[in-house]
Structure formats: structure tokens, C-alpha cells
Design a protein around this ligand. Structure first.
Ligand SMILES: Nc1ncnc2c1ncn2[C@@H]1O[C@H](COP(=O)(O)OP(=O)(O)OP(=O)(O)O)[C@@H](O)[C@H]1O
Length: 630
């Protein structure tokens, strides 16, 4: 029974294919790198599974990839004798987009081809890159260990649908045949294909073979022989000494394992010998993938044991906050049958992990120190928010990570996060004890906050934070270089009190006390205290968080996350220099005092980005007060 079925591609796949063909046209030879990389993964998987089940080899001990071309049929074929796929796996893997990150990527496309072409760099291209050069693709596969009658053929012209049928396939593994488009004859050439393989796939861990050609003197052309020859070095790149590897080798290997066609930002290659023996080749990408914040996102590290691939996404080898790191770790000290469970609590893994984390952080510190800041700033804009998680997550490296943080600040005035805590400390004023910051929902709200007025006047720098994670960040980063981090919206800013009150007469002090008492009585249901402010110059009032309380910004985040937040009353601070407050001070009618006090409280809450409990009441009150003065 051939059991032929035709399936429609998910609509997104069509969209993706079109975009890919357009965006990668000038890079079209990468199709071979992608297919060889998939073949190599399939061989890796077979080798790993065959450790516990030798029968999976089906008597073929050599694992290899074969690349052939046929000038008459105009095809290029890539075959592997790896793990293969069942019919169900073909349906799940090829022609469907199961990965939620990919779905999000597709949703973000604008439909404008030029703009979207830039985005494709954030997405791994993989199997679909076949359609850049082919107008018809056939994939024949059989799972290792299955009966030879259980093979599957998948064919598609890349235009909306694919067909599946059952076939007999004598050998395990996958063969992909590309029927080249009209203008792709350049790939029907031994020299060209060999050249692409040695450029991109020289260090694939398995032999890549092609049919040997010989010069035919009579016909005056290269003729195929019956022999196969190996066309790549097939040495795992990470086992080579650094001195023998070029930047280009490192980049090509990165692109092979990551399916990213950007260059990496940096690579870190180490061979460790001694009590522990392992090699690590870690890459920091330039661009964040789309699913960086997806909880189910795969990690980018591959684990090998003595050059045998063990697993992808080895999440125990890197903490979550460095989940963007890609690369390979090859250990000589782990057993081949190591499982994810074993990795979770294994001393060898712990040591490799902490050394690898240190290497990545050191590399980042090196980049951050560069005279040319563009690379580090580029990194920060892509991965800064993920790195901040490290302050919360990685106690041992908190100090190192803190040095890598970058913030927007009143010193620069721009939205770009480019000020380090070290720079801030260097610029601190004489006698300044704390590092001041403000957190708001947006950069504009932080920058426009009335709380900054006094700091501006005194010329004290304030860090402007507006990322979602910043509240957690500062709650775990109490100090830097011996200086406390202090929110300028917290009630506790006593260091400025003395300065503000030193020229006041006793009489003035008493008058101010009377004012705060009067206002407190008027709005005592809504506030925890009323004080004279030290932080305002232009605004009449502001609200601050009571000591030990949760900031209103934090309360909002917690509410959005569905957590219950205990009701809290803010502290209302009044600016005695402001006309409105001076007029309020002169009012005698209790009702009027209450109206004006509530009005000042509510406008201060609005300036803070808080939601008013009764916005309608606020409007009514404001209109009443306005009509009185008009
Ligand atoms: N030669 C092959 N042998 C066995 N399975 C394969 C082969 N080629 C592809 N696959 C399966 O199809 C899946 C999808 O391949 P595809 O190239 O689209 O993406 P990918 O390799 O998973 O990676 P990425 O999303 O990083 O590009 C693979 O994960 C693998 O399970």
C-alpha cells in the first residue's frame, strides 16, 4: 500500500519560504551547509542511541554523508545513514512549524519584504533553505532499526503543499534530492560543491564523501569514477589547536551548529587538562533569537563525551541567564550513557559549568572594556535584560555581573542604556553615599518624574530604569562598590533633610509642622503620613513609598502577574515653596482644605503612573476647583 497523502503547508510555512528565498538569495550556497548540518545531527543521534543498541547500525559501521549531483537530471543529493525519521516524525518535523518561537517570529513579520529580510537573521533557516535553490525537493527516509518497508517519501514543490507516501528503503537514514531551479546550474559542479563543503563543513565530525572524478583525455572533461572520496577533514573543530584555526573556521562552525547566519560576537575556546578533562567552545551570538524569553526555549549547548554527541540543549551546563550562549562542551569524564537526570546533580558538570560561566563573564568584561564600545552596546541591547537575571540567580557571580550592567541615566539624558555602575561611582559628588535610581513604567515616565527635581538642581546623577526586571534587579543588588543603591522615590532620603532645613527659623519649622498636620488630618484615610519634601523644586507635591513598603511600580507589576498586593498608603510630600501649597496653607475652611489636599495627592499619584481609585471623582474635584478660580 503506497498510502499517498497530500497535506497543505501551514500558511506560515509558505510565508517563511517566500521570505527566505528572497532574503538568502545572495547567500544561496548555505543550503548545503544546512542540509549537511542536519545530516550530521542525524548521525550524532544514531551514534548515541547505538551505544546501548548496536543493532541500530544495521551492519553499517561507518557513519557518513554523501553528496552527489546528476547533470542530466539536474539534481543534487545529500544522503546520510543516520537515525532517519518515521512517517509521523516527518509530518511533525518537516512542513510544520511546531516551535512556538518560530510562530512568534512569523507573527512579528510586517509583510514588507525589505524589513522582514533583516529579521530572518534571528531565525534558524534549516531544511527550508533547500527551496532557495530547488523548485522540487524529495526527502526519503527510514528510521534506524525499522523494517525496510517502513520508509517514507516526502515531496514538495514548496508551493503550499507536500505529499507523503510509504516506500521501501533498504538503508536507514535520510536522502534529500534537490531538483534545481533553472538558474542554479552552478551547483551541478564537482569543484563548486567541494568548495562549499570545505568552506562550511570541513570540521563536521563525520566524513562527507563525493564521487571521485578523473580527467578523461579523450572527451576532454572530468568523468565520474565508481570510487568515493572524502572531501572534508572530518575532525571535530573543537579538538583542533587554536593556532590551527582561523576566524573564518570559527565563524563557519558557529553558523553550522547554530543555524544563525550572522557572525558570532565572540568565541571562547578552551582545552582543560588535569583532574578534569574537557574542551569547551562557546559562542556569544550577535543577535537575540526570537524565543529568548520563551520558557520552553532550547538551550544552545551541545554536550559531547569523547567526541560522541550526547545531547542538544544541555541546560545544566549553563545557567538560565546565559541561555543565549551557543557551542560545544566535550568532556572526557562523563559516562556515555549520561542522562539529563544525572547531569542535574553531577560534580563534573558543576565544575564545567562554573568554569564556563566564568569564561563567558570574563569575555563580556573584556568586550565591555574595549575602546570601541559598539560591540558591547550591541550585546547589551540584545541580551542585557537576560543578563540582569544573573544578579538574581547567580549569587557567586553577582559582583562580576553588576560590573557588566548598563543603565540610562540623567548624566547622558538619552534612552540608551550605556552607563555602568563604575562610571556612576566615579562621577559621584563629594559626600554622596548612595547610588540613586528611579524605576518607572517607561523611560519617559522615569525621566519626567518630579522626584528628579532636587537631584537635577544639585547635579546628582540618577539612573533611569524602566525594564520590567529592574525591580527584581535592585531588590537583589543592594550595593555596588560599598555604595548602597537607593530609590529616589523611597521615603528614606534623610541625607538631604539637614541641608534643606538648616536655614529655617524655629518659627518656620513650626509653621511647616502645622501645615503637614492640617493636611494629614484632611486626607488621613488615604495616606500613611504627610511630610515636607526635600526633593521637589517645581511640583507642588509627590507621593513616596513608606519605609519598608513596596514601591507603587512594583505593586503594579505584581498585580499584573495576578499576585495579591496588600493595600498600602503612600506618604504625601508637600513642597512649601510652591504657590498652590502656600495657598492651601492659608485656607481655613476644613472642606476646602480637604478638597485641595486630595487634589494634590491625586495629581501626585498620577505623576507617579499610579491608577486612581476613583478617576471620575478626581475630574469632578478638579473642575470644581477650576471653576472657583475662574
Ligand atoms: N537528515 C535528517 N535526518 C533526520 N532527521 C532530520 C534530518 N533533517 C531534518 N531532520 C529533522 O527535522 C527537524 C527540522 O529540521 P530543520 O532543519 O527545519 O530545523 P532544525 O535542524 O531543528 O533546526 P533549526 O530550527 O535550528 O534550524 C530536525 O530537528 C530533525 O528532527
Amino acid at each position: 500500500m503506497s498510502n499517498t497523502e497530500t497535506h497543505a503547508f501551514q500558511t506560515e510555512v509558505n510565508q517563511l519560504l517566500k521570505l527566505m528565498i528572497h532574503a538568502l538569495y545572495s547567500n544561496k550556497e548555505i543550503f548545503l551547509r544546512e542540509l549537511v548540518s542536519n545530516a550530521s545531527d542525524a548521525l550524532d543521534k544514531l551514534r548515541f542511541e547505538a551505544v546501548s543498541n548496536d543493532a541500530l547500525h544495521e551492519g553499517q559501521d561507518e557513519l557518513a554523508i554523501e553528496v552527489r549531483f546528476d547533470k542530466e537530471a539536474r539534481t543534487v543529493t545529500i544522503a546520510d545513514n543516520g537515525i532517519g525519521m518515521t512517517r509521523d516524525e516527518v509530518i511533525a518535523n518537516i512542513g510544520t512549524i511546531a516551535n512556538s518561537g518560530t510562530k512568534k517570529f512569523l507573527e512579528s513579520l510586517s509583510g514588507d519584504q525589505a524589513k522582514d529580510s533583516n529579521l530572518i537573521g534571528q531565525f534558524g533557516v534549516g531544511f527550508y533553505s533547500s527551496f532557495i535553490v530547488a523548485d522540487e525537493v524529495a526527502l526519503e527516509t527510514r528510521k534506524a532499526g525499522d523494517d525496510q518497508a517502513q520508509g517514507t517519501r516526502w515531496t514538495s514543490k514548496g508551493e503550499g503543499e507536500f505529499t507523503l507516501e510509504n516506500i521501501e528503503k533498504a538503508t536507514k537514514g535520510t536522502t534529500i534530492t534537490l531538483h534545481l531551479k533553472e538558474d542554479m546550474d552552478e551547483f551541478l559542479d564537482q569543484f563548486r560543491l567541494k568548495n562549499i563543503i570545505s568552506t562550511y563543513s570541513d570540521h563536521i565530525n563525520f566524513p562527507i564523501k563525493m564521487v571521485k572524478t578523473e580527467w578523461d583525455e579523450e572527451a576532454k572533461e572530468e568523468k565520474s569514477t565508481d570510487e568515493l572520496e572524502q572531501v572534508n577533514k572530518a575532525t571535530a573543530l573543537w579538538t583542533q589547536p587554536k593556532s590551527e584555526l582561523s576566524e573564518e573556521d570559527y565563524t563557519n562552525f558557529y553558523q553550522t551548529i547554530s543555524h544563525d547566519f550572522n557572525e558570532p560576537l565572540a568565541h571562547i575556546h578552551n582545552k582543560v587538562e588535569g583532574t578534569l578533562e574537557y574542551t569547551s567552545l562557546l559562542y556569544i551570538p550577535k543577535q537575540a533569537p526570537f524565543d529568548l524569553y520563551d520558557r520552553e526555549r532550547r538551550y544552545g549547548l551541545k554536550l559531547y563525551v569523547k567526541r560522541v554527541f550526547i545531547m542538544d540543549d544541555a541546560e545544566h551546563l549553563m545557567p538560565a541567564y546565559l541561555r543565549f550562549v551557543r557551542g560545544v562542551i566535550d568532556s572526557a569524564d562523563l559516562p556515555l550513557n549520561v542522562s539529563r537526570e544525572i547531569l542535574q546533580s553531577n560534580k563534573v558538570v558543576d565544575k564545567i559549568r562554573s568554569a564556563s560561566v566564568k569564561r563567558v563573564l570574563d569575555q563580556l568584561a573584556k568586550l565591555a572594556k574595549d575602546d570601541d564600545k559598539t560591540l558591547y552596546q550591541g550585546f547589551w541591547s540584545q541580551f542585557g535584560n537576560v543578563l540582569k537575571e544573573g544578579v538574581v540567580e547567580d549569587f557567586a557571580n553577582k559582583g562580576k555581573i553588576a560590573k557588566l550592567l548598563r543603565f540610562a541615566s540623567t548624566h547622558e539624558g538619552s534612552q540608551e542604556q550605556n552607563v555602568s555602575l563604575e562610571q556612576y561611582v566615579d562621577r559621584m559628588q563629594e559626600g554622596q553615599e548612595a547610588i540613586y535610581y528611579i524605576i518607572a513604567d517607561t523611560h519617559a515616565a522615569a525621566k519626567g518624574s518630579p522626584h528628579l527635581e532636587m537631584f537635577r538642581k544639585k547635579g546628582i546623577e540618577v539612573l533611569l530604569m524602566s525594564d520590567r526586571i529592574d525591580e527584581w534587579l535592585v531588590s537583589h543588588l543592594n550595593e555596588f562598590d560599598g555604595k548602597a543603591l537607593k530609590s529616589i522615590t523611597s521615603a528614606d532620603l534623610t541625607e538631604f533633610e539637614e541641608d534643606a532645613e538648616k536655614d529655617l527659623s524655629e518659627e518656620d519649622k513650626k509653621a511647616r509642622e502645622a501645615l503637614t498636620e492640617k493636611v494629614k488630618k484632611a486626607v488621613e484615610d488615604s495616606v500613611s503620613d504627610v511630610r515636607i519634601t526635600h526633593r521637589l523644586t517645581d511640583s507642588p507635591a509627590c507621593v513616596v513609598t513608606a519605609e519598608g513598603g513596596i514601591s507603587s511600580h512594583m505593586a503594579r507589576i505584581m498585580e499584573q502577574m495576578g499576585q495579591s498586593v496588600p493595600a498600602q498608603k503612600p506618604v504625601l510630600e508637600l513642597n512649601p515653596e510652591h504657590t498652590l501649597v502656600q495657598k492651601l496653607d492659608k485656607l481655613e475652611d476644613d472642606e476646602k482644605v480637604k478638597e485641595w489636599s486630595l487634589f494634590l495627592l491625586e495629581q501626585a499619584q498620577l505623576a507617579e503612573g499610579d491608577q486612581l481609585a476613583e478617576p471620575g471623582e478626581f475630574i469632578k474635584r478638579m473642575n470644581r476647583l477650576l471653576s472657583e478660580v475662574m
